[in-house]
Write a protein that binds this ligand. Structure first.
Ligand code: GLN
Length: 256
């Protein structure tokens, strides 16, 4: 596959990068390079004037304050991002990064963090009926639509495993915003509808930290393939990845 090359732009790694989010970049890089795909990783931080064009854009999660600062930078580049989304570039957005692509995030203090209005989703801190943040392991069964659109190899697993820690409760506001799947363990988008994440065009938004991709190589490969515009990718043995993935499934007695 050495005729292929991939450019990844890791946005705001200094502000939004918790619970091992950086591991997602490592996984994308490793899984590409081992197949002979050339990879370049660039970064965009708050003091950068431009967002460098790439095949995959990645944003991790973080604190509400950091989200606010990142938004001020991001909004200046909304037209560019919107154009990249429209032409089918791949975006992987975790937690705080995911929330920023929606309409708004209303935090626990009543501060409104505006969003890019690219995803038709909205996020609010929970009301007093919810006693704690959504924290812990999360297992999601991918929907058939998600598997088909992203061409995920379910021979590896039908599930995505991760770790979540968020206050924000996200609602998908239109039928164009499709969930990644059904929550089997944990919370996902919110504490009430048992759905997790959102995909729209080639954006994947998710609450799964952990980091997400090293433990879910089938999803990592789907992302790489989508970014390269290919439908088949060379198989990797994935013994360690499978062990890490199954460890969580076994813990909750879920069979692959
Ligand atoms: N600040 C957001 C929330 O608590 C995002 C947290 C995160 O990215 N883990 O909802």
């Amino acid at each position: 596959m050495d005729k292929y090359q991939l450019k990844i732009n890791h946005l705001y790694s200094e502000n939004l990068n918790i619970y091992g989010d950086l591991g997602n970049i490592t996984a994308l890089k490793y899984r590409s390079q081992v197949r002979g795909i050339k990879v370049e990783v660039v970064h965009t931080e708050l003091n950068d004037e431009v967002i460098e064009e790439a095949d995959i854009y990645f944003i991790g999660g973080g604190q509400d304050n950091d989200q606010m600062q990142v938004f001020r930078h991001l909004i200046r580049h909304r037209d560019f991002i919107k154009k990249e989304v429209e032409i089918g570039k791949v975006f992987v957005l975790i937690c705080g990064g995911y929330q920023l692509f929606g309409k708004y995030f209303l935090d626990a203090e009543g501060n409104l963090i505006d969003g890019l209005h690219i995803l038709d989703i909205e996020t609010r801190a929970p009301g007093p009926e919810v006693k704690s943040r959504c924290i812990g392991n999360i297992i999601v069964e991918m929907s058939d639509d998600f598997v088909k659109y992203w061409n995920v190899d379910i021979n590896f697993s039908r599930y995505i495993v991760g770790f979540e820690n968020h206050g924000g409760q996200t609602k998908l506001r239109s039928t164009k915003m499709k969930p990644i799947g059904r929550v089997i363990v944990g919370f996902g988008n919110n504490y009430f509808d048992r759905l997790e994440g959102c995909y729209y065009k080639n954006i994947i938004g998710t609450y799964c930290h952990g980091p997400l991709l090293p433990k879910n190589p089938h999803l990592a490969d789907a992302i790489i393939s989508k970014a390269l515009g290919i439908s088949k990718i060379k198989h990797l043995p994935d013994d360690y990845e499978s062990e890490a993935h199954k460890y969580i499934l076994n813990r909750y007695k879920i069979k692959t």
